[in-house]
Design a protein around this ligand. Structure first.
Ligand SMILES: [Fe+2]
Length: 340
């Protein structure tokens, strides 16, 4: 198969209070607003090459509306759409909207909507926002710890391996690693990628009854020092850190998790390996081998198992500590057995 996809371009999320979310992303994270159209607000990190990387729209709950990848060519876009339809999924062609041209939008077997486009607007800042450096799409943010660009999305799906394999077979993602529980042969996490990063799409096991959920999405900073500054700045301005800063075993990225005003989880990450091996064979990690925390010395907070929108009728992990009626191991797959 030719390489179909090049990189993650954007994520659109729903939030009950768009203006509260916009204010948070601008003031606390350091994104910049570039457009408003049809009720959507378009935001970008200073180093994103495309028009925007985040779109916010109003919805009753925090949720994933769509995530987008750029294809490698116009032909790759047509080929990707053909391959999606060959496996029985019917999408739609669209004129693309702000910052992009013709695109193919489909909802996959696990309920997640993906937009594929070749034509994207390469961002060029106006004079007030222009960088002094030729390759930067705009000048660096003046917010301390502001991310350079969008990095990845992690969704929740009821069958982690089937989701990973579908995206490998249909769209050419490489499967990079799995996490299997220590206690049982249950795959609870996977990372897949369209490029040299360990992942631009992560998958956590979803035990809820709601399709199409998101666990978090992530921005990139260039250095671990910036990540630590981001954590400090967030805390000093009233945003609790949910988990981290630490380092994932899988992918070896430094990470930091917190919540936006809708409750949606945001990650900032940096570092990690680059992998160019075209026939890479994914290995099985376990929580005890450091899949989530490379230091193997602490359990992930239970709140990290929440995905969005919340599972109807169930209290959130934050409210109850653990979902009722479900084994803790399944819901906290990254806990280190006997520790934490
Ligand atoms: Fe992540």
């Amino acid at each position: 198969m030719i390489t179909l996809l090049s990189h993650l371009t954007h994520v659109e999320i729903a939030t009950p209070d768009v203006e509260a979310s916009v204010a948070f992303y601008l003031e606390r994270i350091g994104l910049r607003e570039v457009a408003r159209e049809d009720g959507k607000v378009y935001l970008r990190s200073w180093g994103d090459y495309t028009h925007h990387s985040v779109a916010l729209s109003e919805g009753p709950e925090p949720a994933l509306v769509e995530m987008g990848w750029r294809t490698t060519s116009p032909e790759a876009l047509d080929e990707a759409a053909r391959r999606v339809e060959d496996v029985g999924v019917t999408g739609e062609w669209s004129d693309g909207g702000p910052g992009r041209g013709r695109s193919y939008v489909f909802t996959g077997p696990w309920g997640h909507t993906i937009r594929l486009a070749w034509e994207v607007e390469q961002y060029e800042a106006d004079e007030a926002n222009a960088s002094i450096f030729p390759d930067r799409p705009e000048r660096r943010s003046s917010v301390a710890g502001a991310p350079r660009n969008l990095d990845h999305v992690t969704i929740a799906a009821s069958d982690v391996r089937a989701f990973a394999e579908w995206h490998q077979d249909v769209l050419g993602f490489r499967i990079m690693a799995y996490t299997v529980l220590d206690e049982a042969p249950i795959t609870v996490f996977a990372v897949i990628t369209t490029n040299e990063k360990s992942h631009d799409l992560g998958i956590v096991l979803d035990s809820s009854s709601r399709p199409g959920r998101i666990n978090h999405y992530a921005f990139w900073v260039d250095t671990r020092e910036e990540l630590l500054i981001a954590a400090d700045v967030l805390m000093e301005n009233g945003t609790d850190i949910e988990y981290g800063p630490s380092i994932h075993g899988i992918g070896e990225q430094s990470f930091l998790y917190f919540r936006d005003p809708s409750g949606l989880r945001i990650e900032v990450n940096t570092g990690g390996y680059r992998n160019y091996v075209p026939d890479w064979k994914p290995k099985d990690w376990k929580p005890s081998t450091g899949s989530n925390s490379i230091y193997r010395n602490g359990a992930m907070p239970m709140s990290m198992t929440e995905s969005f929108p919340p599972d109807e009728g169930r209290p959130t992990a934050t409210e109850e500590g653990v979902y009722p009626g479900t084994e803790e191991a399944l819901l906290n797959p990254y806990a280190v057995p006997g520790r934490g």
